[in-house]
Design a protein around this ligand. Sequence first.
Ligand code: G6P
Ligand code: MG
Length: 225
Amino acid sequence: MKLEFNEVGFIFDLDGVIVDTAILHYKAWRRLANSLGFDFSEAQNEELKGVGRMDSLDRILAWGGISMTQEEKIQAADRKNAWYGELITHLGPEDALPGAINFLEQSADIGIGIALGSASKNAMPVLNSLGITDFFDAIIDGHSITKNKPDPEVFLKGASGLNLTPSLCAVFEDATVGIEAARSAGMTAIGIGSEENLPEANKVYSSLAEANMDTILELITLNHI
Ligand code: G6P
Ligand code: MG
């Protein structure tokens, strides 16, 4: 049986799907690393996509060969977050990734349930700066979860916020851990990026500007049966 658009839900990751904040996270983490006397590359930063704040810090400290007490780690993460928080105050609708706002508008117009599923504790200010908060029927962010991706918690909470069974939802993700989380939640996983980086996705688009509503609905239908 073919599903209708108003029976399904879309759950969006934020960083790297709707807005390009990876460069801002990189700037802030790099400033922290530099203050500790080392540096790391943009290629290394790729490994931090979708990874929670404290886990990111652990990886960065390992690159610098630095060990810290738990107390020092919390202080370091707070410093990074204060710098990141300053950077995101300058974000505006023009910083949305190609096609993102249009895709949200289109989804809302045809009655698709829309949720956010992000690991970030800064998701609310980012959504507000972009002026897109009202598109979301449910917002699950770093404050709402106890386990990071690849655990499916963030997306399962998104589906329940939309009152939908997981198999009726598609997740839009740019990170490998996010695709893994979507698959283990029993959802259709739409990768935003390259097929090479996201081989486990059910379908990959280079951006939301390329995403096709009918194709995604067919994929959800196939997954739901
Ligand atoms: C997203 C980003 C990660 C970031 C994480 C936590 O998943 O892709 O780079 O570390 O959110 O973000 P936060 O804003 O809470 O530090
Ligand atoms: Mg992401």
